[in-house]
Design a protein around this ligand. Structure first.
Ligand code: SF4
Length: 904
């Protein structure tokens, strides 16, 4: 036993990857632990924590290895591993697979004694800053399983901060590198593409090396073809800083195995093709980076996001549990207000219903808003078969439909296209366009689609939320196309899945507060339309709602799948998914893509039939972390993997080898020998096992324990560690969310309204702005003295739908001004005036300011209303923000003073 900081025994758990490939990591871990004054023992009987099998749904195999781990280490005072992923497996997941009460008790005690090495140094030994010297410039790679809290990050930064001469850059980005355990082997090409993106993002060429705490990530990055990544493990830095002051990057011998003509699944081939398309990758990554950054900023602005997220999770779970009874309430409430509710048990029935409605109103032209449920059931195709012209009106959907493609993202359907692609697509309509500037392209689409809106007989729109108690349908859009689809045609048809129900408008407000934040990085989308009746300026207007089951009732009864019904279709999970980021949406080959797409496709169309999609996941867990509905997507994918027999041959072989130390050594030796002497045979075997990696690593010749036997005595290291150490302060780095502050309602409104792109003007300025222009006025909400003053000042005032078509300015009052989101709540009478002209002017009174959405909507009784937050907008072409896509380019608020509009 050595003297030092603490006297105790530390058992080192050596992960299988480190044991086979990186014995240096184990040696340095042992050194570092002994430098801290502990006696260290590398347990030679431990082989694998079972994570690979747990992640692939082989829970009985994972359980055997978990039992072995607990039995081996239950008496160990402390267990340390040079990897976060195995530590996470032991601490977080053993509870899910162990069932023996005695072992569970042992595990509960053991999990508090298992540490990752840097965590052990910082938390268990309370060492805040390491000592020594190492002249190098490095960049840090955060692994997926490393805790992402500020405190852990800071601890690692501080540890390195104490090493003289060492500069470590900690990038804010924390994307997965594409290792993902078996993903590395089964999805080789995609894994490589993700790895390349990761290296690019780390800008590894600018640094001496990349530092990582994860042997798996290191193995993967070192196996990338034609990449020269230099990697060192955290423990190498810590050890060498105190010893030799230089560090050698790790190397892995490789064997090239992937040849031509390997029979793979269709999905794999599509994914491989997409991931090799570097231009496509660039477009997707650019768009998604934008979305992720916008979301991050929006959450920061909110301050109370975690609280809102918890509320949404509760609301969605409760609504899904009560789905059937809530629909009874909703149906009654909606039908009382004249909205016809149709339930469709499957897609055939849904299509039939849409076709019948179209035929009954003799619809020759149908304008359609974005609706993933209608894509799911194929409403557009069904309507086309009735010889109706069906026009998608969301800019992104309009573009992809013209190209005969599907949306490649839930929220941004055309994110895979460049402006040039869009220009070419529009030229297919027979128009010649002078420019590929997104502004010009959007203006062309606006003019083209406006004519369609004004002459359509039927509108189809997606419903985001149905409020049961009040009988109100909510539709959320940014462009205003949803509003136009709902308000202009005489017959309108909403489509939604059975799961889109919530008990009341108050619960809908919970969803409204997080949906835009996650979907587009806005506090509120430009338009939220509330449809609660058949009014809306038309005689003989018909409003229908088609509620699609299509398997949802069955899903609700399945404990594994039920959580997916909580999905609010924000797309945030796709934005952070490392696989989606390199293959895009089309490679999934289904209506829904990305992590939520995997779940929905399997739930709706069968697990076995679509099992290949389960490979499209590294289990990095980012999707589960960002999901505002609290869906643990990674867990669902793990559970589903357990239901299918995908790739099990290779895993069974791996399990056989990992069950015992001797077997593991023999297997590694046999693999190494065969790889060198019978390459073709190894290649054939790998292909037969479903391994699709171009380069596979070869295990090291010297096994860990032999290496340890031959190493120099540890006490020959010349150092004095404790003198350089600083003990940490437990209270440092506590994270406190930003507070929203104490703005008064008016001040808060102004801040939020201008943030959303709104402008404020005095009445005098409005008079000047509208002089000589055509202004359509909503006489029901704008005081007559205001309209008279405008006319008196030279404005031509007009009224109604016909007036709105020709006017440049639309003048409306409002129901309320919502400070929380900077929104203007409009009633039924203001719809055309606030939507068709290029500029919308809101005339308000001071008493109309309210603090929250709930207060504004309390007792909302209009047939149709809209929450307007800033101008109409789109970012569907290369993420360039364009204002005035379908609705006004400007929204101006004028709060009337007592004598405004009075004659002088
Ligand atoms: S699964 Fe979660 S993150 Fe993904 S789209 Fe649905 S709600 Fe959004």
């Amino acid at each position: 036993m050595k003297g030092g900081v603490l006297n105790s025994k530390v058992y080192i758990f050596s992960p299988c990857v480190a044991r086979a490939l990186f014995p240096d990591i184990l040696i340095e871990t042992k050194r570092v632990i002994e430098l801290l004054g502990f006696e260290s023992i590398i347990d030679r009987k431990a082989t694998c924590c079972g994570q690979m099998f747990f992640n692939n749904g082989m829970w009985s195999e994972a359980k055997t290895l978990a039992k072995k781990f607990v039995r081996l280490f239950c008496d160990a005072p402390l267990v340390v591993a040079p990897t976060w992923s195995c530590v996470e497996m032991v601490r977080q997941h053993y509870g899910e697979i162990l069932d023996d009460p005695g072992l569970v008790r042992e595990w509960e005690s053991l999990r508090t004694r298992v540490f990752e090495i840097t965590e052990f140094i910082a938390k268990r030994c309370s060492i805040a800053s390491w000592g020594g010297e190492l002249k190098a410039k490095a960049v840090f790679h955060y692994s997926c399983h490393m805790p992402k809290d500020e405190k852990t990050r800071q601890e690692i930064q501080d540890l390195f901060g104490g090493i003289r001469g060492l500069e470590v850059f900690f990038p804010p980005s924390e994307h997965c590198c594409g290792f993902g355990g078996s993903f590395f082997a089964f999805m080789g090409a995609v894994s490589e593409a993700i790895g390349e993106e990761r290296l690019k993002r780390l800008e590894h060429d600018k640094f001496d090396f990349i530092v990582s705490s994860e042997p798996g990530c290191m193995m993967h990055l070192l196996s990338l073809p034609e990449k020269d990544a230099r990697l060192v493990h955290t423990v190498q830095i810590l050890s060498e800083a105190l010893r030799s002051h230089k560090v050698e990057p790790l190397v892995v011998p490789l064997i090239e195995i992937e040849g031509k003509g390997v029979p793979h699944s269709d999905f794999y081939e599509r994914a491989k093709k997409a991931s090799c398309d570097v231009a496509l990758r660039q477009k997707i990554v650019y768009a998604l980076d934008h979305a992720v950054e916008a979301r991050r900023k929006a959450i920061q602005r909110l301050g109370n996001y975690e609280f809102l997220k918890t509320k949404v999770k509760e609301t969605r779970e409760m609504s899904v549990a009560e789905m059937q009874s809530l629909w009874h309430v909703a149906q009654r409430a909606l039908e009382q207000k004249g909205i016809k509710v149709h339930f469709a048990c499957d897609s055939e029935e849904a299509k039939k219903l849409a076709v019948e409605i179209a035929k009954s109103c003799k619809a020759r032209l149908v304008v359609k808003g974005k609706s993933m449920t209608s894509e799911e059931v194929g409403v557009r195709e069904a309507l086309i078969e009735t010889h109706a012209e069906v026009v998608e009106t969301d800019l992104g959907e309009f573009i992809v439909t013209l190209r005969g493609e599907r949306a490649s993202h839930l929220v941004a359907p055309a994110l895979h296209l460049s402006r040039r692609d869009v220009q070419e697509t529009f030229e297919r309509l027979g128009f010649s366009l002078d420019s590929d500037d997104p502004q010009c392209l959007a203006e062309f689409a606006r003019a083209y689609l406006r004519k369609k809106f004004l002459s359509a007989e039927m509108g189809v729109f997606g419903v985001n939320v149905v409020c049961a108690q009040e009988g109100i349908l909510l539709t959320v859009t940014n462009e205003g196309n949803g509003r136009l689809c709902i308000t202009l045609p005489k017959v309108v048809v909403g489509i939604c899945g059975l799961e889109k129900i919530v008990p009341s408008l108050r619960h809908a407000c919970d969803i409204l507060r997080v949906l835009p934040v996650n979907a587009t990085g806005q506090t509120m989308t430009s338009y939220v339309t509330f449809l609660g009746g058949v009014g809306g300026g038309h005689d003989g207007r018909e409003v229908h709602l088609i509620v699609v089951d299509n398997g949802r009732t069955r899903i609700a009864k399945d404990a594994t799948m039920r959580p997916i019904l909580s999905c609010i279709r924000c797309g945030a999970c796709s934005n952070v998914c490392p696989v989606y980021r390199v293959i895009g949406g089309h490679a999934y080959g289904a209506v829904y893509s990305g992590p939520m797409g995997i779940m929905w496709t399997l739930a709706l169309y069968g697990v076995e039939k679509n099992a290949d999609l389960l490979d499209a996941c590294t289990l990095c867990g980012e999707c589960s972390k960002v999901c505002p509905a609290g869906i643990d997507i990674a867990r669902i994918i793990r559970l589903l993997r357990g239901k299918v027999f995908q790739n099990k041959k290779a895993l069974r072989l791996a399990y056989f080898a990992l069950k015992g130390t001797t077997r593991f050594r023999l297997a590694m030796g046999l693999y190494r020998f065969s790889a060198k002497n019978a390459t073709r045979l190894v290649e054939k075997t790998m292909r037969a096992l479903g391994i699709r990696r171009r380069f596979m690593p070869l295990p090291r010749k010297i096994q860990t324990h032999e290496y340890l036997r031959n190493e120099k005595p540890l006490d020959s290291i010349p150092l004095s560690l404790t003198k350089d150490m600083v003990h940490s302060d437990e209270n440092n780095g506590a994270f406190s969310p930003q507070s929203m502050g104490n703005d008064d309602v008016l001040g808060l409104f102004t801040r939020m309204f201008t943030q959303a792109g709104g402008e404020e003007m005095t009445f005098q300025e409005i008079l000047k702005l509208t002089a000589g222009k055509v202004v359509v006025c909503d006489e029901k909400t704008v005081p007559s003295r205001v309209i008279k003053a405008l006319s008196g000042n030279g404005a031509k005032t007009v009224h109604g739908l016909e007036g709105a078509k020709e006017a440049t300015f639309g003048l409306t009052g409002c129901k309320a001004l919502v400070a929380e989101t900077g929104s203007v709540l409009l009633g039924e009478s203001s719809l055309f005036e606030s939507l068709l002209p290029e500029v919308h002017i809101v005339i308000a009174l001071k008493r109309q300011f309210v603090e929250t959405l709930d207060v504004a909507l309390d007792g909302f009784r209009e047939n149709i209303g809209c929450l307007v937050t800033g101008p109409s907008r789109t970012a569907d072409i290369e993420k360039r923000l364009i204002l005035g896509m379908h609705g006004p380019k400007r929204v101006i608020l004028c709060v009337l003073e007592a004598n405004d509009g009075q004659a002088d």
